[in-house]
Design a protein. Structure first.
Length: 212
Protein backbone atom coordinates (compact mmCIF):
# COMPACT_ATOMS: atom_id res chain seq x y z
CA UNK A 1 0.00 0.00 0.00
CA UNK A 2 1.28 3.48 -0.74
CA UNK A 3 0.31 7.03 -0.03
CA UNK A 4 1.28 10.41 -1.45
CA UNK A 5 3.94 12.10 0.59
CA UNK A 6 5.25 15.59 -0.09
CA UNK A 7 8.98 15.90 -0.46
CA UNK A 8 10.06 18.78 1.77
CA UNK A 9 13.58 20.05 1.56
CA UNK A 10 14.78 22.41 4.24
CA UNK A 11 15.19 25.93 2.89
CA UNK A 12 18.02 27.86 4.58
CA UNK A 13 16.53 30.22 7.18
CA UNK A 14 18.44 33.15 5.70
CA UNK A 15 16.51 32.73 2.43
CA UNK A 16 13.17 32.80 4.19
CA UNK A 17 14.11 35.81 6.32
CA UNK A 18 15.48 37.69 3.31
CA UNK A 19 12.30 37.02 1.32
CA UNK A 20 9.96 38.23 4.06
CA UNK A 21 12.18 41.23 4.81
CA UNK A 22 12.44 42.23 1.14
CA UNK A 23 8.66 42.07 0.72
CA UNK A 24 8.07 44.09 3.88
CA UNK A 25 10.57 46.78 2.95
CA UNK A 26 9.20 46.91 -0.58
CA UNK A 27 5.72 47.71 0.72
CA UNK A 28 7.10 50.38 3.06
CA UNK A 29 9.16 52.02 0.30
CA UNK A 30 6.19 52.02 -2.06
CA UNK A 31 4.00 53.68 0.55
CA UNK A 32 6.66 56.34 1.11
CA UNK A 33 6.95 56.87 -2.64
CA UNK A 34 3.22 57.43 -2.95
CA UNK A 35 3.20 59.87 -0.05
CA UNK A 36 6.23 61.82 -1.25
CA UNK A 37 7.51 60.95 -4.77
CA UNK A 38 10.23 63.62 -4.53
CA UNK A 39 11.98 62.05 -1.53
CA UNK A 40 11.89 58.70 -3.32
CA UNK A 41 13.21 60.28 -6.54
CA UNK A 42 10.19 58.99 -8.43
CA UNK A 43 8.66 62.25 -9.56
CA UNK A 44 7.64 61.72 -13.23
CA UNK A 45 8.90 58.13 -13.01
CA UNK A 46 5.59 56.27 -12.85
CA UNK A 47 5.40 56.03 -9.06
CA UNK A 48 1.73 55.06 -9.27
CA UNK A 49 2.40 52.29 -11.80
CA UNK A 50 5.18 50.91 -9.61
CA UNK A 51 2.94 51.04 -6.54
CA UNK A 52 0.43 48.83 -8.35
CA UNK A 53 2.68 46.63 -10.46
CA UNK A 54 5.43 45.76 -7.99
CA UNK A 55 3.17 44.23 -5.31
CA UNK A 56 1.37 42.26 -8.03
CA UNK A 57 4.69 40.90 -9.28
CA UNK A 58 6.27 40.21 -5.89
CA UNK A 59 3.21 38.41 -4.50
CA UNK A 60 2.43 36.35 -7.62
CA UNK A 61 4.28 33.23 -6.51
CA UNK A 62 2.74 33.14 -2.99
CA UNK A 63 -0.75 33.54 -4.45
CA UNK A 64 -0.22 30.79 -7.04
CA UNK A 65 1.25 28.52 -4.37
CA UNK A 66 -1.70 29.08 -2.04
CA UNK A 67 -4.26 28.48 -4.78
CA UNK A 68 -2.65 25.65 -6.72
CA UNK A 69 0.54 24.24 -5.18
CA UNK A 70 0.08 24.21 -1.41
CA UNK A 71 -1.18 20.65 -1.14
CA UNK A 72 1.37 19.14 -3.50
CA UNK A 73 4.54 21.22 -3.39
CA UNK A 74 6.85 22.95 -0.96
CA UNK A 75 7.09 26.72 -1.15
CA UNK A 76 9.83 27.92 -3.57
CA UNK A 77 11.48 30.45 -1.26
CA UNK A 78 14.50 31.21 -3.43
CA UNK A 79 12.50 31.78 -6.62
CA UNK A 80 10.12 34.03 -4.70
CA UNK A 81 13.03 35.98 -3.23
CA UNK A 82 14.57 36.51 -6.67
CA UNK A 83 11.32 37.90 -8.06
CA UNK A 84 10.83 40.17 -5.05
CA UNK A 85 14.39 41.49 -5.30
CA UNK A 86 13.80 42.74 -8.84
CA UNK A 87 11.13 45.09 -7.51
CA UNK A 88 12.83 45.92 -4.21
CA UNK A 89 16.21 46.84 -5.71
CA UNK A 90 14.60 49.20 -8.21
CA UNK A 91 12.64 51.08 -5.54
CA UNK A 92 15.63 51.12 -3.17
CA UNK A 93 17.92 52.33 -5.95
CA UNK A 94 15.61 55.22 -6.68
CA UNK A 95 15.17 56.00 -2.99
CA UNK A 96 18.95 56.24 -2.58
CA UNK A 97 19.24 58.19 -5.85
CA UNK A 98 21.67 55.62 -7.24
CA UNK A 99 20.30 55.85 -10.77
CA UNK A 100 21.34 59.50 -11.03
CA UNK A 101 24.54 59.39 -8.99
CA UNK A 102 26.17 56.16 -10.25
CA UNK A 103 26.47 56.10 -14.02
CA UNK A 104 26.49 52.31 -14.34
CA UNK A 105 23.77 51.51 -11.80
CA UNK A 106 20.96 51.39 -14.36
CA UNK A 107 22.99 48.97 -16.49
CA UNK A 108 23.59 46.77 -13.46
CA UNK A 109 19.89 46.67 -12.67
CA UNK A 110 18.94 45.61 -16.21
CA UNK A 111 21.59 42.87 -16.15
CA UNK A 112 20.89 41.61 -12.64
CA UNK A 113 17.12 41.96 -12.47
CA UNK A 114 16.45 40.28 -15.80
CA UNK A 115 18.82 37.54 -14.73
CA UNK A 116 16.95 37.06 -11.46
CA UNK A 117 13.60 36.83 -13.24
CA UNK A 118 15.02 34.23 -15.64
CA UNK A 119 16.58 32.32 -12.74
CA UNK A 120 13.28 32.25 -10.86
CA UNK A 121 11.40 30.84 -13.85
CA UNK A 122 14.11 28.24 -14.45
CA UNK A 123 13.91 27.07 -10.85
CA UNK A 124 10.13 26.90 -11.04
CA UNK A 125 9.77 25.18 -14.40
CA UNK A 126 12.78 22.96 -15.11
CA UNK A 127 14.17 19.83 -13.50
CA UNK A 128 17.80 19.83 -12.45
CA UNK A 129 18.54 16.96 -14.83
CA UNK A 130 17.80 18.88 -18.04
CA UNK A 131 20.74 19.63 -20.38
CA UNK A 132 22.42 23.02 -20.50
CA UNK A 133 20.92 24.07 -23.83
CA UNK A 134 17.37 23.70 -22.48
CA UNK A 135 18.20 25.88 -19.49
CA UNK A 136 19.67 28.54 -21.78
CA UNK A 137 16.66 28.35 -24.10
CA UNK A 138 14.27 28.92 -21.19
CA UNK A 139 16.39 31.79 -19.90
CA UNK A 140 16.48 33.48 -23.31
CA UNK A 141 12.73 33.16 -23.75
CA UNK A 142 12.03 34.61 -20.32
CA UNK A 143 14.82 37.18 -20.31
CA UNK A 144 14.12 38.60 -23.76
CA UNK A 145 10.39 38.80 -23.05
CA UNK A 146 10.96 40.49 -19.68
CA UNK A 147 13.47 42.96 -21.12
CA UNK A 148 11.20 43.93 -24.03
CA UNK A 149 8.17 44.25 -21.76
CA UNK A 150 10.06 46.51 -19.35
CA UNK A 151 11.35 48.76 -22.13
CA UNK A 152 7.87 49.18 -23.60
CA UNK A 153 6.41 49.97 -20.18
CA UNK A 154 9.27 52.35 -19.40
CA UNK A 155 8.83 54.22 -22.67
CA UNK A 156 5.12 54.86 -22.23
CA UNK A 157 5.37 55.47 -18.48
CA UNK A 158 7.97 58.21 -18.33
CA UNK A 159 10.15 58.51 -21.45
CA UNK A 160 7.66 59.41 -24.17
CA UNK A 161 7.47 63.19 -24.40
CA UNK A 162 10.33 63.83 -21.95
CA UNK A 163 13.95 64.85 -22.44
CA UNK A 164 15.11 61.22 -22.20
CA UNK A 165 13.40 60.51 -25.53
CA UNK A 166 16.31 62.04 -27.44
CA UNK A 167 18.66 59.20 -26.48
CA UNK A 168 16.09 56.53 -25.66
CA UNK A 169 16.89 54.39 -28.73
CA UNK A 170 20.53 53.79 -27.84
CA UNK A 171 19.68 53.30 -24.18
CA UNK A 172 16.95 50.79 -25.03
CA UNK A 173 19.28 48.72 -27.20
CA UNK A 174 21.85 48.65 -24.43
CA UNK A 175 19.26 47.69 -21.81
CA UNK A 176 17.89 44.89 -23.99
CA UNK A 177 21.38 43.51 -24.57
CA UNK A 178 22.22 43.62 -20.87
CA UNK A 179 18.94 41.93 -19.97
CA UNK A 180 19.52 39.06 -22.40
CA UNK A 181 23.13 38.71 -21.22
CA UNK A 182 21.99 38.62 -17.60
CA UNK A 183 19.49 35.86 -18.33
CA UNK A 184 22.12 33.73 -20.08
CA UNK A 185 24.58 34.18 -17.21
CA UNK A 186 21.85 33.16 -14.77
CA UNK A 187 21.09 30.04 -16.83
CA UNK A 188 24.72 28.97 -16.97
CA UNK A 189 25.18 29.58 -13.25
CA UNK A 190 22.11 27.56 -12.28
CA UNK A 191 23.06 24.67 -14.57
CA UNK A 192 26.58 24.70 -13.14
CA UNK A 193 25.25 24.56 -9.57
CA UNK A 194 22.80 21.79 -10.49
CA UNK A 195 25.65 19.81 -12.06
CA UNK A 196 27.54 20.13 -8.76
CA UNK A 197 24.53 18.84 -6.85
CA UNK A 198 23.62 22.24 -5.41
CA UNK A 199 20.47 24.38 -5.52
CA UNK A 200 18.23 21.40 -6.20
CA UNK A 201 16.10 22.16 -3.15
CA UNK A 202 15.25 25.62 -4.55
CA UNK A 203 12.49 24.30 -6.85
CA UNK A 204 9.06 23.37 -5.49
CA UNK A 205 9.26 19.71 -4.56
CA UNK A 206 6.24 17.73 -5.75
CA UNK A 207 4.58 14.84 -4.01
CA UNK A 208 5.55 11.33 -4.94
CA UNK A 209 4.34 7.93 -3.99
CA UNK A 210 6.31 6.07 -1.32
CA UNK A 211 5.67 2.56 0.03
CA UNK A 212 3.97 2.54 3.37
Amino acid sequence: MSEAVAVRYSTPPVTRVADVLAKSLLVVLLLLAMLDPDSSNLRNKAAEARAIGYPLVSFTIPVIWLLAWKERASFPWLADLLVTLTCFTDILGNRMDLYDTIVWFDDLMHFANTGMIAAAVILLSLHHSVPRHRVVERALAVGATAAITWEIAEYYAFINGHAEQAFAYADTLGDLGLGVLGSVVAALLIHHLWHRGQLREAAPQLEHAQPR
